[in-house]
Design a protein around this ligand. Structure first.
Ligand code: AMP
Ligand code: ZN
Length: 115
């Protein structure tokens, strides 16, 4: 747990969230400012700030986050239609919360490249 990290506080239950999935490695909850009909954040229980800070020891955790996002998409019913997975990284990537997280967005069509 990193002090002053809002996502660590969500994991600890100190800040409320609408959890949709959790296991021993990750927690998934609804984004507070959804950018699509479904917008879920999948975060590791272990705090590390960004993909830029990921190390070889995080390999399994990173894979787990992606597989969890794919499973949540299937369970949510939009996997066949399609969805988008995003990891904003550092300032140019638009990252605002520095606890690594995977955005899972579904329920509408997305354009590429994003803005
Ligand atoms: P990013 O810009 O990639 O760092 O994404 C951070 C995301 O966290 C944004 O989509 C925010 O809407 C979302 N967010 C911030 N605070 C909360 C919160 N307390 N509960 C749920 N989502 C949040
Ligand atoms: Zn954290």
């Amino acid at each position: 747990m990193s002090e002053n990290c809002i996502f660590c506080k969500i994991i600890a239950g100190e800040i409320p969230s609408k959890k949709v999935y959790e296991d021993d490695v990750c927690v998934a909850f609804n984004d507070i400012s959804p950018q699509a009909p479904t917008h879920i954040l999948v975060i590791p229980r272990e705090h590390f700030a960004s993909l830029d800070e990921a190390e070889t020891k995080h390999k399994e955790t990173l894979g787990h986050l992606l597989l969890s996002a794919a499973e949540i998409a299937r369970q949510s019913g939009f996997a066949k239609n399609g969805y988008r997975v995003v990891i904003n990284t550092n300032d140019d990537g638009g990252q605002t919360v520095f606890h690594l997280h995977v955005h899972l967005l579904g329920g509408r069509q997305f354009i590429f490249p994003p803005g």
